[in-house]
Design a protein around this ligand. Structure first.
Ligand code: S3P
Length: 171
């Protein structure tokens, strides 16, 4: 089974994905890590040296490669992955077990303020402008996230509770 987790930066894709993969005894793969390993550069470096457009092309190529390589895994995407090109179509070619981890603006703001520095899309934004940036960005991206086959709200829940909720939806 191929399980795909999507959602905005800071919604918990990686930590929930790891817990879920342990519960289900499946490999865990993070698309950003997969890209970083292939390129020998961090996502942050790729954004800085090659720009976002280059990253988005690489992201689509890597998504196809990853999904065709693994038949049984928990995969967490980058926050923007489902929102570009035909990435959503690609995801749905490989699986119907895709989940949108939905977090509200307050949850995302609190989490992203403390880890802004290594996120290329928000590192230059002033702290006080972060909530408004997230609000607008999430409004645009929700259109894509809402096309996931499943949605789980994550606010005020532990990663253990969320992983179990995903497992219940799959059973
Ligand atoms: C991005 C999210 C990041 C990473 C890149 C772009 C986005 O992944 O792919 O910085 O467009 O939202 P995380 O959501 O894992 O931080």
């Amino acid at each position: 089974m191929l399980i795909v987790l999507m959602g905005y930066m800071g919604c918990g894709k990686s930590s929930i994905g790891k817990e879920l993969s342990e519960n289900m005894q499946m490999p865990y793969i993070d698309l950003d890590d997969f890209i970083e390993e292939k390129e020998g550069k961090t996502v942050q470096e790729i954004f800085k040296t090659r720009g976002e457009l280059f990253f988005r092309k690489l992201e689509t190529k890597s998504l196809k490669e990853l999904l065709s390589l693994y038949k049984n895994a928990v995969v967490s995407l980058g926050g923007g992955t489902p929102c570009y090109g035909n990435n959503l179509q690609i995801i749905h070619q490989y699986t119907a077990h895709d989940f949108y981890l939905k977090a509200n603006i307050d949850t995302l703001t609190a989490r992203l303020l403390s880890e802004k520095s290594h996120r290329p899309l928000i590192k230059e934004i002033k702290d006080e402008e972060i909530p408004e940036f997230i609000r607008k960005h999430l409004f645009e991206r929700n259109f894509y996230y809402m096309k996931a086959n499943h949605m789980i709200t994550v606010d005020d829940k532990t990663k253990t509770e969320i992983a179990l909720e995903i497992q219940e939806k799959l059973s």
